[in-house]
Write a protein that binds this ligand. Structure first.
Ligand SMILES: Nc1ncnc2c1ncn2[C@@H]1O[C@H](COP(=O)(O)OP(=O)(O)O)[C@@H](O)[C@H]1O
Ligand SMILES: [Mg+2]
Length: 182
């Protein structure tokens, strides 16, 4: 079967003052593909991914999805293009439950109906084989549970391109290799 191009980056350049973080980077992502970007610390991996996720905007170059140029200026723009990023440093509110964090900032119906949100979170967790209590508060969670919340948060919002920034860096080795349930 012919592979379908989901996302293209062309000539992406990003500077932070004198630091050239990305220098004319090209990247192709095909549907159904799992890609790993490797490189030493500081070589620009996170910066590149942050430009797909709407955290940074490229100085030069462009991003295309399904052949059309897209402008991603915020995480909301990224979600509108069904792109979600799980950051290396979690962005969760400790005093909130998993479900409250998952819907935080979302618009539209259902946001305040936590019963429905909890049920949907539980469904997504079951579908992907995660163990997560939607009503558990973040401050009571292990690091891997927090990571599960971040992953379910992007799935809940309908992302079909998932970016994980060093997802195993925060986990103990046995969890990184999938030998323990989350
Ligand atoms: N917000 C920022 N302000 C200034 N410099 C930054 C910023 N983010 C990243 N950098 C610099 O850009 C370069 C690439 O960083 P980064 O993308 O985090 O690399 P990696 O994820 O591969 O470790 C590094 O030199 C880093 O110090
Ligand atoms: Mg990084």
């Amino acid at each position: 079967m012919e592979k379908k191009l989901a996302l293209e980056m062309r000539g992406i350049t990003k500077r932070f003052g004198p630091v050239l973080a990305n220098n004319h980077v090209d990247l192709d992502v095909y549907e159904g593909e799992i890609l790993a970007i490797l490189g030493e610390n500081g070589c620009g991996k996170t910066t590149l991914m942050n430009m797909i996720a709407g955290i940074y905007f490229p100085d030069e170059g462009h991003i295309r999805m399904e052949g059309r140029e897209v402008v991603i200026r915020s995480p909301k723009d990224a979600f509108d293009h069904r792109i979600g990023m799980i950051h290396q440093h979690f962005k969760l509110v400790d005093l909130f439950t998993a479900a409250q964090n998952i819907v935080l900032g979302m618009e539209g119906e259902g946001r305040y109906n936590l019963k429905e949100v909890n049920a949907r979170v539980a469904d997504i967790a079951a579908k992907y084989g995660f163990h997560l209590d939607p009503e558990k508060k973040i401050y009571d969670m292990s690091v891997s549970e927090k990571q599960t919340v971040e992953i379910i948060k992007v799935l809940y919002r309908g992302a079909d391109i998932l970016i994980l920034d060093e997802p195993t860096a925060v986990l103990i080795p046995r969890r990184s290799t999938g030998c323990l349930p989350c």
